[in-house]
Design a protein around this ligand. Structure first.
Ligand code: KIV
Length: 272
């Protein structure tokens, strides 16, 4: 599906909840820059996440921890300028919301004011309850993120599947219900057993978007660079690569380099 200029109707937090209630699956992908966001939006993606995974795929850091609020605002404003239809959700980066609710609200307001995005996403459940409440009270839509929350990677010590044990699974379910009660419009569940994700999706009215959380949830999200095969080093079981862009780009760029060296580029038609 591709969206023509006249066809689009803006996706809102309410339309996502309606999609869940009529059983229509929600598509979500990341974007961090204008050109990519334009393609992702025009291809019909419902939600564009300006993820703090920008720290990995755009800046080359090992984790999502180093990215700053200013850097997230830069990425988010580039994306917002490109998007006509999708809902744009922006990650609050590590350190910008965990210490106290007032700081969390200040960070959320900066994202909304300075980038023009439509909503923010935060990682965690009961630990950040007061911050989520404060942000929601200011009228900023909030998406939750539970399961494998990459900002806590040094606490987990590993990127393996979360909530396999009963106690963690029960807490995750409670956290999801709490986030719904507070007023969040959706939750990302990352890398947890499919059965648990299905149970969470069934127990709340708000959309549950999975990444490595099976098919019985309300939508799916992937990091765009992984999905189009620009990255090669990351190959979890849940990732489906729809292109091998790393290979196609390497071939095209090598051909360009060779054409420049051999003076085949530019030819007579490619000059003034
Ligand atoms: O930062 C990100 O890209 C994310 C997705 C993996 C859900 O949070």
């Amino acid at each position: 599906m591709s969206i023509s200029k006249k066809e689009y109707k803006r996706v809102t937090t309410n339309s996502l909840i309606e999609m869940k209630s009529r059983g229509e699956k929600i598509s979500m992908l990341t974007s961090y820059d204008y050109s990519m966001a334009k393609i992702v939006d025009q291809a019909g993606t419902d939600v564009i996440l300006v993820g703090d995974s920008a720290s990995n795929v755009m800046a080359g850091h090992e984790t999502t921890l180093p990215i700053t609020l200013d850097q997230m605002i830069y990425h988010a404003s580039s994306v917002v300028r490109a998007v006509q239809r999708a809902l744009v959700v922006v990650d609050l980066p590590f350190g910008s919301y965990q210490s106290d609710p007032k700081e969390a609200l200040r960070s959320a307001i900066r994202i909304m004011k300075e980038s023009g995005a439509h909503a923010i996403k935060v990682e965690g459940g009961h630990q950040i309850k007061d911050s989520v409440k404060r942000i929601l009270n200011a009228g900023v839509p909030v998406m939750g993120h539970l399961g494998l929350t990459p900002q806590s990677i040094y606490k987990f010590g590993t990127y393996t599947v979360r909530a396999k044990e009963e106690q963690e699974a029960e807490q995750l379910l409670k956290d999801a219900q709490m986030l719904e009660k507070l007023g969040c419009f959706g939750i990302v569940l990352e890398k947890i057993p499919a059965q648990l994700a299905a149970k969470v999706a069934e127990s709340v009215q708000i959309p549950i978007i999975g990444i490595g959380a099976g098919s019985e949830v309300d939508g799916q999200v992937l990091v765009i660079h992984d999905m189009i095969g620009m990255t090669t080093e990351f190959s979890p079981r849940f990732l489906r690569r729809y292109l091998n862009l790393f290979e196609s780009m390497t071939t095209a760029i090598s051909e360009y380099v060779s054409d420049v060296k051999s003076k085949r580029f530019p030819n007579n038609e490619e000059q003034y």
